[in-house]
Design a protein around this ligand. Structure first.
Ligand code: PAF
Length: 282
């Protein structure tokens, strides 16, 4: 497996693949890889001749210095995990200087309102940072397809919008959430929870499933939401930032269920100081 720190060396290697007309897949990550990331990488490997996995903890998407400082960094372990999927991956691990030669800063994107609610409201500037780094990665790697997890459902919608705005011509492949056996959505942040707390946090997914079933049967969305929040609050040291039925494309909240196929329930929960995101389709 080849590891590249610079855009120049990566592109020297990629120019060969491009000349062969090979399809190129990109899996952008911030490292601390888990089975959720590996499922994206495995899908990218199945669907492309060449796959680049980027590992870069992007400072501009953290609006909280402590969150950035605590973000797990474990490159050696990440590379060992990637090898279990394929020895042929190209791993791109740029420095901050390589990604931001002009100095750290995020572009002032507007994502058609998608960035203003939910994570955007609670974490100002977060999606501008995500947009900035993803745009840079797309320009550096120029993939045909890029793979993102549905756990960060709002991020996925925003990246689709970015690709539309910039007319990048890259297919964005959204991949299903991978869960722990007890139901918690996999996330690098789960590392910050003790094993028993991770099991307890599975109540978030249970509540999402029940809310989805009830919505299809009763359509009383505000009562269902109220019950769900109460259920999650029963966990010790928990605050629900939001638990909402939304239009899966615009992410606008919905009050009555008219189009279940285009409805998602999204939630963010602070459990013991860790922000946990999850969502479910109807
Ligand atoms: O989802 C992530 O890990 C990050 O937000 C991403 C897309 C790699 C951008 O830094």
């Amino acid at each position: 497996m080849d590891v590249f720190n610079s855009v120049k060396s990566l592109n020297e290697r990629l120019s060969f693949s491009r000349e062969q007309g090979n399809s190129l897949g990109l899996v952008p990550t911030m490292g601390a890889l888990h089975n959720g990331h590996l499922s994206l990488v495995a899908k990218a490997v199945r669907e492309n001749n060449t796959v680049v996995v980027s590992i870069f903890v992007n400072p501009t998407q953290f609006n909280n210095a402590q969150d950035l400082a605590q973000y797990p960094q474990q490159l050696t372990a990440d590379i060992a995990l990637l090898k279990t999927i394929s020895e042929d991956l190209l791993v791109f691990t740029p420095s901050v200087k390589e990604m931001y030669p002009e100095g750290l800063g995020a572009k002032p994107y507007s994502f058609n309102g998608l960035d203003r609610r939910w994570e955007g409201e609670d974490r100002p500037g977060h999606f501008q940072g995500v947009g900035t780094v993803v745009e840079k990665l797309f320009e550096m790697v120029r993939p045909n397809q890029a793979y993102f997890g549905e756990k960060d459902f709002q991020q996925l919608a925003i990246i689709r919008d970015l690709v539309r705005q910039k007319a990048f011509g890259i297919s964005i492949i959204g991949c299903p959430i991978v869960r722990e056996p007890y139901g918690l959505a996999m996330s690098s942040r789960n590392e910050r929870l003790k094993p028993l707390d991770r099991v307890a946090a599975a109540v978030i997914y249970k509540t999402l499933k029940i809310a989805a079933q009830k919505a299809l049967a009763q359509n009383l969305l505000s009562e269902i939401t109220h019950e769900a929040i109460k259920e999650i609050h029963a966990l010790e040291n928990t605050a629900v930032f939001y638990f909402e039925f939304v239009n899966a494309r615009s992410l606008e909240p919905i009050k009555t269920l008219e189009n279940p196929e285009n409805t998602r329930i999204i939630t963010a929960v602070n459990f013991k100081g860790v922000r946990l995101l999850d969502n479910i389709g109807l």
